[in-house]
Write a protein that binds this ligand. Structure first.
Ligand code: TA6
Length: 301
């Protein structure tokens, strides 16, 4: 199968591989970046622009098996976020990250970038995932409700991006200072804006509501800032499991929590998307990295 894909999509800097569990991935190696995406879940597992350390975080204990979610990278959450409200036996974050997607196009773009187009169906919706691996990482999840649908339908979506940081206890996250948030670590209470950058000092699981703004992870110790720009997303989720929750996840190493933070580009809760037959919606995230001067982190408290 993956040999057929290599024949069908012969693009310089792109090749298909298959792991020991039969999962097929697209491996990208160009003059501007490296990256990888698994066809299961259209799941981006790595992106590393030239001159930088890897930007996406992956657990050393992740599964890479059919039907199991990969821990890290960019899981696509669809058609619901978190546990299913009506049936707890259904998979958390929906089906999109668990099922095979079909790659329908791969091509070189300006700036030695490579663009992939993948599709899948989650009845009654059709999903198209467009990814551009380049000096920036550009991701768009387009959801279509076919004209033939009998009625309007709603869904939640999220590009649940895991970022690699030097130490989550030393970073600050800017862009959400004026935004209220639902605190999932405190009975999902709606809390007022703090008007301060976010510092991660304990388990953090917040859904920032009604925000279109960029987020910037300032990682002075890692000498870089990571920017998340978004379109078509009204919710931003910030998550770090900290110590106890990490221990409760079998695919998350007990000592891995300091090296990651999630900034998720989403439409959840009251911001869920409702489509009429024939309508579509796109959720886009663009990730960019900027080196920070080494002097900006003194390490002094
Ligand atoms: O986005 C934060 C969150 O909803 C957390 O509550 C945590 O469950 C995380 O997603 C990971 O979910 P997963 O199903 O991938 O373990």
């Amino acid at each position: 199968m993956f040999n057929e894909l290599n024949r069908r999509f012969s693009v310089p800097g792109l090749r298909f591989e298959q792991n020991h569990n039969g999962l097929i991935s697209v491996v990208i190696q160009t003059a501007v970046c490296t990256g990888e995406l698994f066809l299961q879940g259209a799941h981006i597992t790595s992106w590393r622009p030239v001159g930088h350390e890897p930007v996406l975080w992956l657990s050393q204990k992740s599964n890479y098996e059919k039907g199991k979610p990969i821990r890290g990278g960019v899981p696509i959450c669809f058609p619901w976020f978190g546990p299913n409200a009506n049936d707890p036996t259904l998979p958390a974050h929906g089906f999109a990250r668990l099922q095979d997607w079909q790659i329908v196009d791969a091509q070189h773009k300006d700036g030695d970038a490579i663009e992939l187009l993948l599709e899948t169906t989650i009845d009654p919706f059709r999903l198209i995932f467009q990814v551009e691996f380049g000096a920036e990482l550009k991701m768009t999840l387009k959801t279509q409700l076919p004209q033939s649908a009998k009625s309007s339908q709603s869904y939640e979506d999220a590009l649940h991006t895991y970022f690699s940081v030097s130490d989550v206890r030393t970073i600050s996250i800017r862009g959400l200072e004026p935004v209220s948030f639902m605190d999932k670590v405190d009975h999902a209470q709606l809390k007022s804006a703090t008007h301060c950058p976010i510092l991660i000092e304990s388990e953090t699981d917040r859904v920032y509501v009604d925000t279109l703004s960029d987020c910037v992870i300032e990682d002075a110790q890692g000498e870089r800032a990571i920017r998340v720009t978004k379109l078509g997303s009204a919710s931003t989720v910030v998550w770090n499991p900290w110590i106890d929750k990490s221990k409760r996840m079998s695919d998350f190493g007990d000592s891995e929590w300091p090296s990651m933070v999630c900034i998720e580009t989403a439409n959840v809760g009251d911001s869920r998307i409702r489509l009429s037959p024939g309508e579509s919606h796109s959720t886009t995230a663009v990730i960019s990295v900027q080196a920070l001067p080494a002097t900006s982190f003194t390490g002094e408290s």
